[in-house]
Design a binder for this molecule. Sequence first.
Ligand SMILES: [Zn+2]
Ligand SMILES: [Zn+2]
Length: 228
Amino acid sequence: MSPSSALTRFLKQGLTRAMCPLCRVAHKLDREYIWYFFDEYSTDDQTLDALRGARGFCLEHAAALRRLEVDGLKSTLGISTTYLDTLEGLAEELARLRPKDYFTSAPCPACAYRGDGLEKCARYLRDEMAETERSRERYAEGPGLCMPHFELVWSVATAEERDFLIEVERRSVEGLVRDLREHICKQGAEFRSEPDGAEAGAWERALALTAGWPPPTAPVGRPEDDAA
Ligand SMILES: [Zn+2]
Ligand SMILES: [Zn+2]
């Protein structure tokens, strides 16, 4: 299946920034889902059913909903309406629940939306690098993929593509190891100073490369600068 033009655009933006390109896609998908939630999804029965099955959004996406309200969008009515439906469902479930029953939740619908988009994008990233030399170069100039997204792209890559993934990732990790060592050394007894070169932010890049890049702090309710 070919990815939507929006997904393609998000991925290409990711390739031009010093970050995991799929993290960029994930952030855009999250924004997109939350932004349209009250416009369309909150009145869509399927989404309400999914939210009911999940017993509400996960912690991360619940936090994104809270930030909408901070933006002054008067979203509390929308949150109250959708969560009234979710909690009515939960009340019915609890009324039926017996000690011998299993109790598991369906996936958070925003996570599921992001997961679907990322899966398409993992395949698209693979194809894009096979077909476009410039994208391949851009990827190689960047830090590679965070570990969760490395795992995802790895799962759809051929042996030859995996060689390239390993090459970029290894270079990125080895560079980071050097920077972390430098960071530690400069804070040691000999220097007693704050690290100031490429090593200064090494600890943050170590967190990003392993767990994923953090989303932008710009409020969800305001248009993001898409220039890339
Ligand atoms: Zn990532
Ligand atoms: Zn979620």
